[in-house]
Design a protein around this ligand. Structure first.
Ligand code: AHR
Length: 673
């Protein structure tokens, strides 16, 4: 029996036994507009964790494309005459590979790349191969490029092939488009020197292949999101767009901090030509001993230009986070992870230069780089986060000079500070007053907390200081106590919690679930909002909750009472949570109701102060529930738990009653006339 059928039979049982399902009065005051809903609600937190960037959203399929991993051939197999060299054309990525004749008519010289857990290709799709190459001794040579299956049982492993003629002694970029007529999640890329053709049909012609140097070997789908060069995986970027996010926070997370200061995220290393962006070790490389990923590096290909461009394409405000002079505080408890206070200036300048990169005039140093990269118009950056989830006096004493410098040079930029890694407690209590003292515009709160925490937080923001900094709920997710994986009930509790964010729209101005992405073969952290393998992706129940809030965010809050009391949610109100907004674009009152209990509950809506001219005429209902609260969508069954919409029905003029099923999130859109 599915959830709807179960709910109907529970209601029937209650009726036949003469039991009244609990009835609740939800009174909405349409004539008392509350705070406006910030356009930055609800947003996205992007971090390169779980192979979210390289191997994920960034559509590049070649791992270690510039041979710069500390083990230079990691991700590659080599055969024949291969030599690693380090005087290549790209200063910050100096390594390249020389392919020379293997010394026998039957031997070949070449390379095979394994991609990120394989290379995903789709039937009928085209892939753009590119390589920087030269013939160092002159002449010309042919390079064979193949996308190949790795399944040894297949008769032919070759899926698509092209031959490129390398004809210059100077380094040049060569490209070819390969089309696949099969789908394979774990293919590989092979490149090798072609044997010179002596005019007969024998492919194994000679010994004397001409030496070729290769560098920055790349393979992208032609169909990236919006067809952009150096672009994004179309399905993943589209899933982000479909949320209609109001803000995009990037590039993390702990990657901002690094395992040590040397591996912190440095935005300047991620702009300019991709070939010359230096590699960085990813902080999630070896964070969890139960899931080591020694091949987890950041190519910088998805860099700050691409993040700003993505935010713009999504219609979201960009919110970059910069390092405050601290490496990850979990991994560094002493001075080695702290930049001395008298050496902070380059870090501060880094933040100022970032503002110039995003917003500066095209004549300015960093603005001109943005223009060169194809975006002369400013990106219109309004916010900067200084430090990730830092804590302690060591954070505050570093943040202070940043705030002074940014305020002085850019009073127009809003500053986001941190309240540490916990939702409450000693650090939290220390940091909030400090944020007020420093006059941060927003405070980034993080909470990865269990079910009972989410159930108890309906009122969290009701008593926050209305005059202090605003709240950015910058990382949150319900983590089941015994279920450290995505499941519907966690998403339901996130929805319940979010009604409290919405009712306190004057305080909470941004909110982003975290983390955003996870590769099914390469995750370090779960739950996550979107899972993917090399070809497919799946939107979790938590994704749909974010999307439902975002698409129904409305324009301003309306006061709402439940059984004549302020809505607080939780046990005191039978597990019901709710919020109400008015949407001025559609002239609708939108009520979100989350029933976290196991019982059907009756809801009696009444609308006060609609006025003579207005009345409620109809209601459209979106329902989000699941047969199994412990389950979620999967790559194989991506549409098990999805919102359903009912055709609009008559309601009003100033009242309407309904029932909400157990463990159900409903959005009621009341049309006015
Ligand atoms: O989202 C995963 C991690 O959680 C983030 O990198 C960090 O900010 C938090 O501790």
């Amino acid at each position: 029996m599915n959830q709807t059928a179960r709910y109907l039979s529970a209601a029937l049982l209650a009726a036949t036994m003469g039991l009244e399902a609990d009835g609740h009065d939800l009174e909405i005051h349409a004539d008392r507009p509350g705070a406006d809903i910030s356009p930055t609600m609800y947003g996205l937190f992007f971090e390169d964790i779980n192979y979210a960037a390289d191997g994920g959203l960034y559509a590049e399929k070649i791992k270690n494309r510039s041979f710069e991993f500390p083990q230079n051939f990691m991700g590659w197999q080599t055969f024949g005459g291969i030599e690693l060299r380090d005087d290549g054309p790209f200063e910050r990525n100096p390594h390249y590979v020389r392919l020379s004749a293997a010394g026998h008519p039957e031997k070949h010289s070449g390379l095979i790349n394994e991609g990120f857990f394989g290379i995903g290709i789709g039937r009928g799709e085209e892939y753009r191969f590119s390589v920087w190459a030269r013939v160092p001794e002159g002449g010309s040579s042919k390079l064979v490029v193949q996308i190949a299956s790795q399944s040894s049982w297949q008769e032919s492993q070759e899926i698509a092939s092209a031959t490129i003629t390398i004809d210059s002694k100077e380094w040049k970029k060569y490209t070819a488009v390969l089309k696949s007529d099969v789908t394979d999640t774990h293919a590989c890329l092979r490149i090798f020197l072609a044997k010179p053709d002596n005019g007969d049909d024998d492919t194994h012609d000679g010994l004397d292949e001409v030496t070729v140097d290769v560098e920055h070997v790349s393979l992208f789908p032609v169909n990236t999101w919006k067809g952009q060069e150096n672009g994004l995986r179309a399905d993943l970027a589209q899933a982000l767009y479909d949320i209609r996010p109001g803000v995009l926070r990037f590039p993390g997370g702990c990657v901002v901090e690094g395992t040590d200061l040397g591996t912190r995220y440095q935005w300047k290393n991620t702009v300019g030509p991709v070939e010359n962006r230096p590699l960085n070790e990813n902080r999630w490389h070896y964070t969890f001993t139960y899931r080591f990923f020694p091949d987890y590096y950041q190519s910088g290909g998805l860099g700050f230009f691409e993040y700003f461009r993505l935010a713009e394409d999504l219609g979201a405000e960009p919110l970059p986070i910069v390092n405050v002079g601290l490496a990850c505080q979990y991994q560094n408890s002493d001075d080695s992870g702290r930049v001395p206070l008298d050496s902070l200036q380059p870090y501060i300048q880094n933040a100022l230069d970032l503002i110039e990169f995003a917003n500066g005039d095209v004549e300015s140093r960093w603005g001109s780089l943005r223009a060169e990269m194809g975006h002369p118009e400013p990106f219109g950056m309004k916010y900067i986060g200084i430090g990730n989830e830092q804590w302690g006096p060591e954070y505050i004493e570093r943040l202070e000079p940043f705030v002074a410098a940014v305020r002085k040079a850019h009073p127009e930029i809003q500053i986001v500070g941190s309240s540490g890694p916990n939702s409450e407690g000693e650090q939290f209590d220390y940091l909030w007053p400090q944020m007020k003292r420093l006059k941060a515009d927003m405070v980034d709160e993080h909470f990865y907390r269990p079910e009972d925490w989410f159930l108890s937080q309906g009122k969290r923001y009701d008593n926050y200081d209305r005059k202090g900094p605003k709240v950015f709920a910058g990382e949150y997710a319900c983590h089941g106590k015994d279920k450290q994986w995505n499941h519907f009930n966690a998403s339901l509790l996130e929805a319940a919690f979010m009604t409290g964010l919405e009712r306190n729209a004057d305080v909470v101005r941004m909110a982003t679930y975290a983390p955003l992405f996870a590769h099914t073969d390469g995750w370090q952290w779960r739950p996550d909002m979107i899972w993917f393998d090399n070809n497919r992706s799946v939107k979790t129940a938590s994704y749909y909750v974010q999307q439902l809030f975002s698409k129904n965010k409305g324009s301003y809050v309306l006061p709402l009472t439940m059984d004549k009391k302020p809505v607080a949610g939780g046990e005191g109100q039978h597990g019901l949570f709710a919020s109400a907004v008015y949407d001025k674009d559609t002239d609708e009152i939108v009520v979100k109701t989350v029933n976290t209990s196991d019982s059907v509950q009756s809801l009696d809506f009444s609308f006060k102060g609609i006025g003579r001219k207005h009345k409620v005429i109809s209601v459209a209902i979106t329902t989000f529930t699941a047969d199994d609260p412990d389950a979620d969508n999967t790559l194989d069954k991506p549409d098990t738990i999805v919102p359903t919409e009912q055709a609009s029905q008559e309601a009003g003029p100033d009242k309407w009653s309904t029932e909400i099923g157990p463990k159900t999130f409903c959005i009621y859109r009341f049309a006015l006339k």
